[in-house]
Design a protein around this ligand. Structure first.
Ligand SMILES: Nc1nc2c(ncn2[C@@H]2O[C@H](COP(=O)(O)OP(=O)(O)OP(=O)(O)O)[C@@H](O)[C@H]2O)c(=O)[nH]1
Length: 379
């Protein structure tokens, strides 16, 4: 019998963190397969900044999945996480739960929400896995500044196990430097270097099974060297400010209008948000999302060109498209200057849509470019 089934008293919960486009969904898909092969029934909580759950398309449709859309799990929709977990447990009785946070989330908030929920439900937080995009971190480390760099650092510091992914995109020296950096920022978490998150899943799950040490700063500091004390402080001190206004509607944290329309759980019931509390988040209030719904097919080459010329401040883009010059629909991905196109037959009724996520980019420019592509193709 597997280790998970042996402990009937509580359901293991794993948190998947990592910056936008680092490889969380790539890992999630493999973890699900791994558990299914063991005869286990995994369930997923998926959180997306955009209004549509595109990553859900990558996951086996038989896996119970709760979607938290249109906001970041660690602040705006944090209160819902407990409810979502309760729903999943009651309705699906999963053997294991995995929470994929948005790439802009601070995992400490999620960790808090899970531990809070485990006070009244039989859940056991097993590990907090942070996936790191080696090329992206290497680039940001050279600059040593910016909100994104800070957020990535927090995600690394809070992890109980680290996957240093996309090592195919860095050279040997960069890889060695990155491994040193991870050890300095979080010497407590084992770091595993990967390409496409390929790793011995048992080993990964075992390596991360030390998250309990993070539930108490005292406990953490027993393990910590000087740098790691910064780690626990960074995690413990992380705060959600509650006093921001609503003036920046394009910002994730402030986009309450979007929540009202799109934050619907797996059963189609809208969540009841407390809109009197404008939760904001110090470390990622700079993150913006633009969702474009296509009304017409566009030319594939013109679209690829647009994606390859996206401004640097756009970190992540993904979507599902019908091109005017191809017969199949395509799933496209863009993460830190690399794009990828894959034929797809979407599950269910999925619109032609593209989501752009980045830091202070001009949404109007992208919108106009896309509208122009649609119009050009019509001519
Ligand atoms: N070159 C390279 N690409 C990778 C690797 N791992 C994943 N990718 C690609 O990176 C892109 C993003 O991967 P995802 O798994 O969707 O990343 P994510 O962290 O779930 O993204 P968000 O949910 O948007 O934050 C996809 O196009 C993957 O195919 C890797 O090791 N090397």
């Amino acid at each position: 019998m597997s280790e998970l089934k042996a402990n009937e008293s509580s359901i293991p919960v794993y948190i998947l963190s990592g910056f936008l486009g680092s490889g969380k969904t790539t890992l999630l898909v493999q973890l699900i397969e791994h558990w299914q092969k063991q005869g286990l029934r995994p369930a997923v909580v998926m959180n997306e900044l955009g209004e549509v759950n595109l990553d859900g398309q990558m996951v086996d449709s038989t896996v119970p999945m709760t979607e938290m859309l249109g906001g970041c799990i660690c602040c705006t929709v944090r209160g819902d996480l407990g409810l979502q977990l309760a729903d999943l447990v009651q309705e699906e009785s999963p053997d294991v739960i995995i929470i994929e946070a948005t790439g802009a989330a601070n995992p400490m908030e999620i960790l808090d929400a899970v531990t809070e929920t485990s006070l009244y439900m039989r859940l056991e937080l097993k590990s907090l896995i942070t996936v790191v995009d080696a090329a992206h971190l290497s680039g940001l480390y050279q600059e040593q500044k910016g909100q994104t760099f800070k957020l990535m650092q927090e995600q690394i510091r809070c992890a109980s196990v680290l996957l240093l992914n996309k090592t195919d995109r860095v050279n040997e020296q960069q890889l060695a430097d990155l491994r040193d950096l991870l050890a300095r920022w979080n010497g407590f978490a084992p770091a595993i270097s990967t390409v496409k998150c390929e790793v011995d899943m048992d080993m990964l799950l075992r390596s991360g099974d030390n998250v309990h040490a993070y539930q108490s700063v005292d406990e953490t500091s027993k393990h910590a060297n000087k740098e790691q004390n910064v780690h626990s402080e960074a995690c413990a001190e992380h705060s959600c400010s509650h006093n921001h206004g609503h003036e920046h509607h394009e910002h994730v944290d402030h986009n309450h209008e979007a929540h009202q329309h799109s934050d619907v759980n797996v059963h189609g019931h809208p969540h009841d948000h407390d809109h009197n509390h404008a939760h904001s988040h110090a470390s990622h209030e700079h993150v913006m999302v633009y969702t474009h719904y296509f009304t017409k097919p566009v030319n594939s080459e013109a679209f690829e060109r647009l994606i390859s010329e996206l401004p640097r401040d756009v970190y992540r883009a993904k979507g599902i498209l019908t091109f005017s010059d191809t017969s199949s629909r395509f799933w496209f991905q863009y993460a830190y200057r690399e794009s990828d196109y894959m034929k797809i037959t979407p599950q269910g009724d999925v619109p032609n849509v593209a989501v752009f996520i980045g830091e202070h980019f001009d949404q109007t420019v992208i919108r106009n470019q896309l509208l122009e592509l649609e119009a050009t193709n019509e001519a």
